[in-house]
Design a protein around this ligand. Structure first.
Ligand code: ZN
Length: 465
């Protein structure tokens, strides 16, 4: 009782204090605050509201459906627009801390639901777009990569997994899964004790509600359309710079990471068509370049050394079933990177690049290999390292041109042995390059940033051969 009274009195005192602030001061405070109110990424409630608004405004063009529930009981939605024969499936926010996907999809569906422009009309006529704007609804509320599904609940759900080590993509601290490792090209796969815990090069186990919901949607659409023509998955990554120009990467795009082209690992999946995925990835890049201001510098390939092999990703599993799949990776994750309208527009522009080219069929006339001429920001070979040495020279990271020249000369030798596929010589001369690098560092002739990058790239090359 006394405590309550005290509370009330303190609240009254606070109100009096507030009233005593001169009006001009209060106005200034309000104004100051409003300048600092930043728009934030949509919450779950806002997303559901927005979806319903878009549906209402579209006079029947956009349908919204609940396709399942998360472990924490939130409904997961899919939106659908268009009546065309080609099916484009788009997935957003599979990682809870990567939030631009839903924002871009709301913008795109708003336009497709209301616009009478020839482009919107032709996309609606020729393509059907189904989007799951936010698959990981629970992780997004917590702004964490994983969903929420503690391992003891997993075992309670799948008693046959009693005694298994948690799947390799289970995160003990966040008590959930990286949903984008929980897929399997065998879309009827059921978890088996002997398959766990697995590794990154293995297939996923369809343990999570979310992976099952997206898989079931994929299968339903495959039934309805015969094929799911294309699948796009929307993500965020770290911030990085292109090798050659040092420009900030503003969007990185990828085709499925399924190891070297000549690998026999996926011989049992004859519908895999990496060239088709590259054509769709190129269409996304062209969309971003054309529709964004200044033709958008910084449109890059996402990291894709040929040995990268992640069949448990949604895009990889769908690609093995014959769908062209594309990954978008936007710089900066949440919460560190705040709301960014330009970045959201860039995601949307990439999606228009694909949808518009599906509508006029020009996507099938693109040359998939042109995708590989987009800038890179990682090292696979000595020639990538030479690009870095050239850029670091321009950026003044070496004390003299002599330093740059001797590093480049060493790399030219390594390059020659790479071409001959002489692994022993590649390793030997890359070790020599590292020796030189260390010498320049000890003498203070190379900037730390350049040293760190070249050192780690040299280690990568040695490991690779
Ligand atoms: Zn991601």
């Amino acid at each position: 009782m006394r405590k309550n009274l005290l509370k009330k009195m303190m609240a009254f005192a606070a109100m009096v204090t507030l009233l005593l602030i001169p009006v001009s001061g209060l106005a200034a405070q309000v104004e100051g605050n409003s300048n600092h109110v930043e728009k934030d990424w949509m919450s779950y409630v806002e997303l559901v509201q927005k979806l319903n608004q878009i549906k209402e405004a579209s006079s029947g063009k956009v349908e919204v459906e609940v396709i399942g529930q998360s472990r924490q009981g939130r409904e997961i939605h899919a939106a659908r627009v268009g009546t065309g024969d080609q099916l484009l499936l788009i997935n957003g926010n599979i990682h809870g801390n990567e939030k631009s996907g839903p924002e871009a999809l709301m913008q795109m569906f708003e336009t497709l639901g209301t616009s009478d422009s020839p482009l919107a009309q032709s996309i609606r006529d020729e393509v059907t777009i189904v989007a799951v704007p936010r698959l990981n609804v629970d992780g997004a509320e917590l702004t964490q990569r994983q969903n929420v599904f503690p391992w003891d609940e997993v075992v309670a759900t799948y008693p046959l997994l009693e005694g298994a080590e948690p799947a390799w993509y289970y995160h003990a601290r966040n008590r959930g899964f990286d949903i984008n490792r929980d897929f399997n090209p065998d879309l009827n796969y059921e978890p088996l004790l002997e398959d766990l815990p697995g590794t990154s090069a293995d297939l996923g186990f369809f343990l999570t509600n979310e992976s099952q919901i997206l898989r079931d949607l994929y299968l339903d659409l495959k039934d309805e359309f015969g094929e799911v023509e294309a699948f796009v998955d929307l993500h965020h990554m770290g911030t990085t710079k292109t090798n050659k120009t040092g420009e900030d990467v503003t969007i990185a795009i990828d085709y499925p990471p399924l190891g070297p082209d000549d690998s026999q690992k996926y011989a049992d999946w004859p519908k895999l068509d990496q060239d088709k995925s590259k054509r769709y990835a190129l269409a996304a890049a062209l969309g971003v370049k054309e529709l964004s201001d200044n033709e958008e510098p910084g449109v890059s390939q996402y990291i894709h050394p040929e040995e990268r092999d992640l069949p448990g990703q949604a895009r990889s599993s769908f690609a093995l079933n014959g769908t062209a799949t594309v990954l978008f990776e936007m710089p900066g994750q949440q919460p560190a990177f705040g709301y960014d309208q330009e970045l959201i527009d860039r995601v949307e522009n990439g999606l228009w690049g694909i949808a518009s080219r599906m509508a006029d069929d020009s996507i099938n006339r693109l040359n998939g290999d042109d995708f590989l001429s987009l800038p890179k920001y990682w090292t696979e070979s000595a020639s990538d390292m030479k690009d870095l040495v050239t850029r670091f020279t321009k950026e003044g990271m070496f004390e003299s041109d002599t330093v740059a020249r001797s590093l480049a000369t060493h790399l030219t030798v390594v390059e020659r042995f790479e071409k001959q596929e002489n692994g022993a010589k590649v390793v030997k001369h890359t070790e020599g390059f590292k020796f030189l690098l260390n010498h320049y560092k000890e003498e203070g002739m190379i900037a730390q940033e350049a040293y760190n990058r070249l050192q780690s790239d040299a280690n990568y090359l040695i490991g690779k051969w």
